[in-house]
Write a protein that binds this ligand. Structure first.
Ligand code: SAM
Length: 260
């Protein structure tokens, strides 16, 4: 799969993704992922930042509300149209642009930092995207990104579920196969009536090992400062029982790295 295939799939996913995420059904993102990302994030107040693979812009807006001057880019025009419409409705000073992560239309060192929420894992040219992020960040600036945890989502992944529907174990294999495939799913928190209004998402997956992911960062010249593997608290699981799966294995990997 190349980035054209990726772009076509995300463009097709964008209307349903925007509607369901904005209705609050991206519970992984809103309850676990973004709060943990913000805990790790260095101060951004007053800095120019770029959000790579911004989607409909929810996280770009969150970073802008922390005082950063944000630019959001995404490969899907429909996502960018939704993000731009929201900016017009409630201006936060964000500029949105359709652009590929592996070919950013910005000057060297134009930004003090970059964020990429759950997008670098979806880019066909992962190393190209990291090189571009490194290029547009000024020396001393940082990149912080989240991806699906590469150790726990290989091409073969099966859940063991008990009589109460709780996931008790995850069986994994084919970890070293750099498989590329399309995964069909939707936000399970959405009630059936909402879900059935849209086709399921068809998401291009590029399985990379942990070494592939982290060596990509190091080979680009970044220094890794911190890594996190967020998981929900007991209280969050009580409120959203489906999040219990996120405590059986790690689900997310966060990386904070800096350009020397
Ligand atoms: C899982 S969504 C995450 C969206 C958003 N960051 C969020 O947290 O809600 C992945 C995003 O990456 C974008 N994407 C995939 N490949 C890309 C590429 N080569 N260049 C730019 N964006 C890309 C998709 O269009 C999609 O919006």
């Amino acid at each position: 799969m190349n980035d054209e295939h990726v772009a076509a799939h995300w463009e097709a996913n964008a209307p349903a993704w925007t509607a369901l995420a904005r209705a609050g059904y991206d519970v992984w993102r809103d309850v676990v992922n973004t709060p943990a990302f913000l805990e790790l994030l260095p101060p951004v107040n007053g800095l120019a930042g770029i959000d790579i693979g911004c989607g409909e812009g929810a996280n770009t807006r969150t970073i802008a509300r922390l005082g950063a001057r944000m630019t959001g880019i995404d490969i899907s025009p429909t996502f960018i149209a939704h993000a731009t419409a929201e900016e017009q409705r409630e201006p936060l000073g964000i500029t949105y642009l359709v652009a590929p992560a592996q070919g950013l239309p910005f000057r060297d060192g134009q930004f003090a930092f970059a964020t990429a929420f759950m997008s670098l894992m979806d880019v066909a040219d992962y190393r190209g995207a990291l090189q571009e992020a490194q290029r547009v960040i000024a020396p001393g600036g940082f990149l912080q990104f989240s991806i699906i945890h590469p150790c726990f989502f290989p091409p073969d992944r099966r859940l063991t579920v008990d009589a109460d529907g709780r996931v008790t174990a995850v069986t994994l294999s084919r970890y070293f196969e750099r498989a590329e495939f399309i995964e069909e799913w939707t936000f399970t928190a959405a009630p059936e009536a909402e879900r059935s209004r849209y086709p399921p998402f068809r998401v291009p997956v590029f399985h990379r090992t942990l070494a592939d992911c982290l060596n990509g960062v190091l080979d680009t010249g970044f220094r890794i400062e911190r890594i996190a593997e967020p998981s929900p608290s007991d209280e969050q699981i009580r409120e959203h029982p489906r999040l219990q799966t996120m405590r059986v294995t790690a689900t997310l990997l966060h990386v904070l790295c800096r350009k020397p």
